[in-house]
Design a protein around this ligand. Structure first.
Ligand SMILES: Nc1nc2c(ncn2[C@@H]2O[C@H](COP(=O)(O)OP(=O)(O)O)[C@@H](O)[C@H]2O)c(=O)[nH]1
Ligand SMILES: [Mg+2]
Length: 326
């Protein structure tokens, strides 16, 4: 990217368009990403990161909207990343979010971005984390991350949150599902939303029994009832986010050392993988690829041949190639 330095400068001066631009680089997996993240590394680490997860339709976005309003009243600046699970054929969910979040549209203290899961595999957790880090570095006090809590990717995403809110609804009923989905382990606060519907009290009781069976821990996971559409129970949610942050702080906080090591492994693996796939399609390895296509060698021998030529591999990996075209 030609004007990366000036974009970084404008980002540091609080230019929201520069922020949006850098998020797009992350989203497109541009080869400039490591450089961007390195440049901003020292600026991050101030924001409180709050995860919001649960099944589709549970009311996460509606709740998020209410939480934003509550935090804004406290004068806190809020960044939001919604990992949008809508299929490539439906922009509907995204549009819904936009319309709903409209209330905050003109508010300089709020920044909302949806990340599409379309066509992504392992890179989503990393991209989400990087967007969260950008929002953190930009100076938001709180960063909300909304995901649909089902798979490993979502659990990975949630690991980056200081406080994770798991949103359920009465009709989800079966608490066994909660355990199966691994939500019990990641929840710092349970929220039973749509408390206007039947069965909310029962689900709350079941969750409390389940949590009680886990035995003692430093933080007692609360189960809260909310009606996001009516704005009921939101103050209590924000109080519990504060309480959990205070409990983390009292316990000495997280020095982030484990996270840094994990990030390093993940970044390196991802970068090597991306470069490798380009390199193997380049002229450097054309001969080997041809031999494979013409069946003169087998895939195992061909892979070992690459590993046995570390110099050629290192040369190829060091080559900078821009994948984003920006
Ligand atoms: N009855 C009722 N409906 C709600 C409540 N909260 C959200 N909804 C509705 O549930 C639907 C899904 O909400 P949304 O926030 O998009 O859920 P998400 O997929 O988890 O983000 C929307 O039609 C909301 O209006 C609530 O407390 N009570
Ligand atoms: Mg949503």
């Amino acid at each position: 990217m030609k004007d990366l330095a000036s974009t970084l400068e404008r980002f540091s001066a609080g230019d929201r368009r520069a922020l949006a631009r850098l998020i797009t680089l992350v989203e497109n997996r541009s080869s400039a990403v490591p450089e961007v993240m390195r440049a901003l590394y020292a600026r991050k680490g101030r924001a409180r990161i709050v995860g919001l997860t649960g099944p589709p339709g549970a009311g996460k976005s509606t709740l998020g909207d209410r939480i934003i309003a509550c935090l804004r009243e406290q004068g806190r600046k809020v960044g939001v990343v919604a990992v949008d699970p809508s299929s490539p054929f439906s922009g509907g969910a995204l549009l819904g979010d936009r319309v709903r979040m409209q209330a905050h549209f003109l508010d300089e203290g709020v920044f909302i971005r949806s990340l599409s899961t379309r066509g992504r595999h392992g890179g989503l957790a990393r991209a989400t984390r990087e967007v969260v880090q950008l929002l953190d570095a930009f100076g938001f006090d709180d960063v909300l991350v909304e995901t649909v809590g089902v798979g490993q990717t979502e659990l990975d995403v949630m690991r980056l949150a200081h406080t994770t809110l798991v949103v359920l609804v009465p009709e989800a009923g079966d608490t066994i599902q909660v355990m199966k989905a691994g939500l019990l382990e990641i929840a710092d606060v349970f929220i039973v939303n749509k408390a206007d519907r039947e069965g909310a009290g029962r689900l709350k009781n079941e969750l409390e029994v389940m949590l009680g069976l886990r035995g003692e821990s430093r933080w007692r996971v609360p189960v809260l009832l909310t009606e996001a559409t009516a704005g009921k129970g939101i103050v209590e949610v924000v109080e519990q986010i504060d309480a959990h942050a205070a409990a983390l702080h009292a316990a000495g906080g997280d020095d982030g050392s484990e996270t840094r090591v994990r990030e390093w492994v993940e970044i390196l693996r991802d970068e090597v993988e991306q470069r490798l796939s380009l390199v193997l399609e380049s002229d450097d390895f054309a001969e080997l690829a041809r031999d494979l296509r013409e069946d003169h060698t087998d895939p195992y021998s061909a892979a070992l041949a690459v590993l046995k030529d570390p110099e050629r591999l290192a040369r190829a990996l060091a080559g900078k190639r821009d994948r984003s075209g920006s």
